[in-house]
Design a protein around this ligand. Structure first.
Ligand code: G3P
Ligand code: MG
Length: 246
């Protein structure tokens, strides 16, 4: 069975502050196959890489991203909360990450965080950046908001798309096929062999991720042999070692 590709979830977020350029550079260094990151939009219309709707958890500031300008955001430290050596890390623009990845071979899973704020027009703006950097073949666009995925798909049919979910969907392969997307993005506890097999038979890929992840080598072997096509993990370096061992 083909072993899955290993994507660094929010960058190498077990070693670096999540969703920072340090975490993405580390993913390149450890030899990850790709990166996953989360995107919101600032008050002045820039696409920025951050997981939460607010900056409170991952920076030294407070505020809602869509009420802050890029200048406001650029003044925040997004690294020191994780470790003093990361002091000075900033919330990156999506464009900075595309520029970082462009000369590499890494793939990029862009998760549009339109779960609470819908950021009208974010699909076009995201595609425009992907197109500018010529990254259509290397991006996978996903969201928990499936309206977002469909809007994106209509305007960028060449870019692969996946539906994120975290509930026990009934026959997810049928649902995904009805939407015309390319992949399921379930958490690994919902990626049963039945879900994976039915998805593959329907011509879909399965890209699994973890909620509240802890690394354990025995479990890692099971996940690597589960049949998923991509594993999106906070521990890409450890997974790469286990995958290499065979
Ligand atoms: O894209 C996979 C995973 O990132 C989804 O959950 O909350 O970590 O963005 P979350
Ligand atoms: Mg995410």
């Amino acid at each position: 069975m083909k072993k899955p590709l290993i994507f660094a979830h929010r960058g190498v977020s077990s070693q670096c502050p999540e969703n920072t350029l340090a975490a993405f550079r580390r993913a390149i260094e450890v030899g990850a196959d790709g990166i996953e990151l989360d995107v919101h939009r600032s008050k002045d219309g820039h696409l920025v890489v951050c997981h939460d709707e607010t900056v409170d958890r991952t920076t030294d500031g407070k505020g809602i991203i869509q009420e802050m300008t890029v200048k406001d955001l650029s003044q925040l430290d997004a690294g020191e909360w994780f470790g003093r050596s990361f002091k000075g890390e900033r919330i990156p623009l999506l464009e900075e990450v595309l520029a970082l990845l462009k000369p590499t071979t890494l793939a990029l899973n862009i998760e549009l965080k339109t779960d609470y704020f819908f950021y009208p027009g974010i699909e076009e703006e995201t595609y425009s950046l992907i197109h500018t950097y010529g990254m259509e073949e290397r991006v996978i666009l996903s969201s928990f908001n499936h309206h977002t995925v469909l809007r994106f798909k209509r305007l960028a049919p060449r870019v692969r798309t996946g539906i994120l979910y975290s509930c026990h969907l009934y026959e997810p392969h049928r649902y995904a096929t009805s939407l015309g997307v390319n992949a399921l993005h379930p958490p690994m506890h919902l990626a049963s062999s039945e879900v994976i097999q039915e998805a593959h038979e329907a011509g879909l890929s399965v890209h699994g991720w973890f909620s509240r992840e802890r690394f354990d080598e025995t479990r890692a072997r099971q996940y690597l042999g589960s049949g998923v096509d991509i594993l999106i993990t906070n521990y890409p370096q450890e997974y790469l070692v286990v995958r290499e061992k065979g």
